[in-house]
Design a protein around this ligand. Sequence first.
Ligand code: PLP
Length: 421
Amino acid sequence: MSTTCRDQLSQFDPEVFSALVGEERRQAAGIEMIPSENYTYPEVLACLGSVFTNKYCEGYPGRRYYGGQDFTDAIERLAVERARQVFHAEHANVQPLSGSPMNQAAYFAFLAPGDTVLAMDLSHGGHLTHGAPVSHMGRVFNFVRYKTEPDRQGAIDFDALLAMARDIRPRLLLCGHSSYPRDLDYQAFKRVADEVGALTMADISHIGGLVAAGVLGNPCDAGFDIVTTTTHKSLRGPRGGLILTRAAHAKPIDAAVFPGLQGGPHMNVIAGTAITLKKAAEPEFRTYAEQVLRNARILAEDLIADGVHLVTGGTDNHLLVIDTIMSFGIDGRIAEETLDRVGITTNKQIIPDDPRPPMRPSGLRLGTPACTTRGMGDAEMHRLAAWIGDALRHPNDEGRLTRIAGDVRRLCETFPVPGLA
Ligand SMILES: Cc1ncc(COP(=O)(O)O)c(C=O)c1O
């Protein structure tokens, strides 16, 4: 935000300004380990606070319902073209306002109410929008769930999945996750779907940046019908969503986003998405993505060596799930609060078939995209793993937690947050 804008804000609304400054300090002073969060680029922050927010752009480039679209059309075309290139997709819709409407639009493009979707069980890693009973999608469509095998490194039994698919004949086979620490075999999903005539959809929201960088498998390359991703997690962009499809599905997808579900797209966000995708195509982004994976692996190895029990026994991607009950005898909420007190931000997490309720679950989820953006690498991961183990083993030892909090603060001072002076 420009100095003039900040001055105006601080004078007009000191309450909002002080919350903004507080959040800036919080983000800089602690280590962000929620795997779905990241620090976006200064160039993206500039676009988010730009005049693009003033403009109504209902429709698509060259086909808008309002005039004055020379520059917004240019921006959206850039974002679409870059999304197609980066993800190897035949068609891209860059208008979804965030991940949830993105998935809703994908469902409504191809499903009728009551249609069956075969999706990953939520406690095994699936997302709320993949049919949780508390989400409207869970009421509109018939979601049936497959599970993973945590004792076999989170493997998916594709023979069992095929038997299930033959039995229930889903219209859509969905894969993708928000708390599954392993990579997926998209070809195997596609084979199952083809056997039963189902459409294929992958929600790669969490790993979008890692797929874009080519360090994890790409469901577009495997011929998936629909691929969705948020733009604000490992991809490091503004808060939004992308739907990537085969050319044959372009029309129903575009119609499902607008006018099916949304009105005017947020063009300030789409400008930020265009920038993010340009960054994602640079060699530096691949180096970043490789380090995200490496950092997660180092953390996992150190924690395991320290006797910590990880769900599936490790990680292939950017996230880890600790079984805190088995490892430390504390539930995920106490673990999250303990790490909050030392300046390490994580989130409580249900684990596969968790007997405990979501607000007091058996696990804790942590990930490496944000701290890697700050430049943290191997050495910092070794220190982090030691602090996490030490803090979670002694959640009531005030002196110890204060000492670790000081160490975390000092480390953070040497790794500035992008976009903050
Ligand atoms: C796999 C997956 N899909 C969809 C979403 C929804 O995204 P949003 O929170 O932007 O609505 C998330 C968010 O965490 C996610 O992890």
